[in-house]
Design a protein around this ligand. Structure first.
Ligand SMILES: [Zn+2]
Length: 353
């Protein structure tokens, strides 16, 4: 066994990369590791055993939200950054925060700009499931194909090799050190297939993200204000057997995962891949425009999604009915009336005791 696994051997580093004000801790840890010639994983091993540095070693370590006390102390020791500064970057968990494996969304323009005079880093605003476009540039967030994201924090080194400028600024390591392939990365940037949902631009989705002066901070979120619309977004992303509305628009079967719990979908935490949440937020908005009889934000999508729902077969309708039955009856009534739903969802109400 590597001696570093059980020992803490690092001495204070002479220099550590600047921790940007809105940077996530895992981003900064990765950049610090690369600056000193380590991979993020090697850096972690040097900082201590997994049981010491990860609060819950049995699940994916979440260094953005839950770095252990030992890790915080040792990070402070080796980088010289005060513990209270490190702790101030811990992100409080909230219902829309993506799971660690799902935090690979980023803004290409932000990375391009930061690579000129600084270093690409991960902004905390991108960790929110409702964030599908950069609050600064108002362009869609992108991601990369991941090879094995399960139970591992995001491999930002790999992502930063997608462009030479990013790799140079972060000192990212290329996977194959052979001279013939040095500075050649197989990593491709990947944008959700938004062409399915155009011609409308992104500016009107989500409704309250960055479009209003009051919401222009980097932390602004795109969570729809209307609770019915939020519920429709969840419905649009949910998988019913082999069907989902998002899947009906995107041919992204291998990417179509939704955050599931042991009990199935957790309706309080509508999280998932970038493609899914991008699609679900737009489809949910189209459904809301139909059901609430509002002017369509995307006329073509609204017509398409209305036709899709009206054309669902009975078996799929029954699966969706089980979900609709959990809604407030006024929402159910609206759905049945607008979409001509033949079977009214059976609303199961618990008897007050
Ligand atoms: Zn940006």
């Amino acid at each position: 066994m590597n001696a570093l696994v059980t020992q803490f051997e690092f001495e204070p580093l002479p220099f550590a990369p600047r921790l940007y004000a809105d940077e996530t801790l895992w981003s900064w840890m990765t950049r610090t590791a690369l600056y000193w010639g380590f991979s993020a994983e090697e850096f972690l091993i040097g900082l201590g055993s997994s049981s010491e540095v990860a609060a819950s070693p049995s699940v994916t370590p979440d260094f953005d939200c839950a770095p252990s006390r030992v890790l915080t102390e040792r990070l402070s020791y080796v980088t010289g950054v005060p513990q209270e500064v490190i702790r101030s970057h811990i992100i409080a968990r909230h219902s829309a925060l993506l799971w660690p494996e799902g935090r690979a969304a980023f803004c290409e323009l932000c990375f391009d700009e930061l690579a000129v005079n600084g270093s690409p880093y991960v902004r905390r605003a991108w960790l929110d499931a409702w964030c599908i476009q950069c609050p600064r540039h108002r362009v869609p967030l992108c991601t990369v194909q991941q090879t094995d994201p399960a139970h591992r924090p995001i491999d930002w080194n790999r992502i930063w090799t997608a462009k030479r400028a990013w790799a140079s600024a972060t000192l990212a390591r290329y996977p194959d050190p052979h001279p013939a392939v040095i500075q050649h990365s197989e990593v491709q940037l990947w944008y959700p297939p938004l062409q399915c949902l155009r011609p409308d631009g992104l500016d009107r989705y989500p409704r309250n993200a960055a479009a209003r002066p009051a919401a222009r901070s980097p932390e602004s979120r795109g969570r729809p204000e209307n609770p019915f619309e939020r519920q429709l977004v969840i419905l649009a992303g949910q998988v019913f057997s082999d069907f989902s509305m998002a899947r009906a628009f995107f041919s992204i079967r291998d990417r179509l995962t939704w955050r599931n719990t042991g009990r199935g979908l957790d309706p309080a935490e509508p999280l998932g891949t970038l493609a899914l949440r991008s699609g679900a937020i737009r489809i949910g908005a189209a459904l809301a425009d139909v059901l609430l009889r509002r002017p369509a934000r995307n006329a073509a999508l609204t017509v398409a999604i209305r036709d899709l729902v009206r054309g669902l077969n009975r078996a799929t309708q029954r699966l969706i009915n089980a979900e609709l039955a959990l809604w407030p009856s006024v929402w159910c009534d609206r759905w049945v009336a607008v979409f001509g739903w033949p079977d009214r969802p059976r609303v199961i109400r618990s008897t007050p005791t």
